[in-house]
Design a protein around this ligand. Structure first.
Ligand SMILES: [Zn+2]
Length: 385
């Protein structure tokens, strides 16, 4: 076997062992050997290296069955930190994420829709520097930055190819932020990192086929298959918001007509509402519905039906075991979840597959993108380490 093949296998084995400790801690060396098929010697060598680097800790515990003492391995959560960023039209969210996916702190800063890429990138640098300083974070523990944003992202190179919501096109975000901060930067689509976070630390732990739907300023989806993000060829898989529902429908911000999101997303709902009377916020629209104003009842009722139709389409196409409903509309109006679930199970999901999946609430809610971006940055670090 060639030297670089051996190195590759060693690295892969190390990653596999580390992943198992990260996701199934506390765990014994013997269980790792059993699960991976590696020899006890190999597992012990890798565990020794990881412990020496300070990534994992050991503790003596008495196993319940035989009363024998065994040594269990856990991750040293705060030995590695990353910066998770959620970049959205009107807000920049930032958090420090540890190895267990816990958020050490998080903050949010307003952003205007017309803020230029240059301005946003310079602001990101100053927000990051300021946060690390104020919260007295040891920079040597920070292994990188992860950024999640709406749009199509070349995740390998960290280039934002196209984001309608941000108004960005071909922006080499990772490279530019790395030059400014000195940290490695991973960039990905927000729903992809959110689904990863829900799969690793949230609502869909243990699921092997998770679909996440996002209903908010846009409409999108993402899929985690056997623990991996399904990306497609251009990392644009899941852009369901721009599937055509009616070629003669209302214009979408993407330039096409009758896209799915024109029936659901916040700006479309506010645009329609504005035809009746001046409605500025989504809360006012829901208030009008609660007060029984017919047009508002119709408008939101129709949006919920299209959400249920989206669930049906995803279930028919991908046969996931879990579907997570997420996004600003679901987070801010939790009652929507029950209404959509009821619509799915009584009317919209094709009958033969109704029992094939669980509909779940997002557990990480608005912190999902920060956690997922942070974990993605850590994954990059350990893959390169
Ligand atoms: Zn569209």
């Amino acid at each position: 076997m060639k030297k670089h093949d051996q190195d590759f296998i060693k690295r892969q084995n190390r990653l596999t062992v580390f992943e198992i400790i990260k996701n199934q801690h506390p765990i014994s060396r013997a269980s790792i050997a059993k699960r991976t098929g590696m020899s006890a010697t190999t597992v012990s060598r890798i565990v020794g290296e990881l412990a020496e680097q300070g990534y994992i800790s050991e503790s003596e515990q008495v196993s319940s069955g035989l009363g024998r003492k065994s040594t269990l391995l856990d991750i040293a959560a705060s030995s590695v930190l990353s910066i998770g960023i959620e970049l959205d039209t009107h807000q920049i969210g930032i958090g420090i994420v540890d190895m267990k996916g816990d958020v050490v702190f998080s903050e949010a800063y307003p952003r205007t829709a017309d803020e230029s890429p240059d301005h946003t990138i310079v602001r990101l640098e100053s927000i990051i520097g300021d946060c690390l300083k104020r919260h007295e974070i040891d920079r040597s523990k920070v292994v990188g930055i992860g950024v999640g944003l709406p749009g199509i992202v070349n995740h390998k190179q960290g280039i934002v190819l196209f984001s309608v919501q941000l108004g960005w096109k071909n922006i080499p975000l990772a490279e530019r932020l790395k030059v400014l901060t000195g940290f490695n930067v991973a960039v990905d689509n927000e729903l992809k990192v959110k689904a990863l976070a829900e799969h690793l630390r949230g609502a869909a732990i243990g699921s092997s086929r998770t679909a996440l739907l996002g209903f908010g300023n846009g409409v999108g989806s993402s899929l985690i298959l056997e623990g991996q993000i399904y990306r497609g060829d251009w990392n644009s898989a899941g852009e369901i918001g721009h599937t055509t529902m009616d070629p003669n429908g209302a214009l979408c911000e993407c330039g096409k007509a009758g896209c799915l999101q024109t029936y659901i997303n916040i700006s479309s709902l506010l645009g329609e509402a504005g035809k009746i009377r001046p409605i500025r916020t989504i809360d006012e629209l829901f208030e009008a519905r609660r007060a029984g104003e017919g047009w508002a009842v119709h408008l939101i009722g129709r949006a919920l039906e299209y959400m249920a139709i989206t669930v049906n389409n995803i279930v028919c196409m991908y046969n996931p075991d879990s579907i997570i409903l997420s996004g600003e509309l679901i987070d801010r109006f939790p009652g929507i979840y029950e209404e959509v679930e009821a619509l799915c199970l009584t009317r919209f999901v094709w009958e033969p597959v109704r029992g094939s999946f669980h509909i779940l609430r997002s557990r990480l809610n608005e912190r999902g993108v920060i956690i997922g971006s942070g974990l993605l940055a850590q994954d990059w670090f350990f893959e390169l380490d």
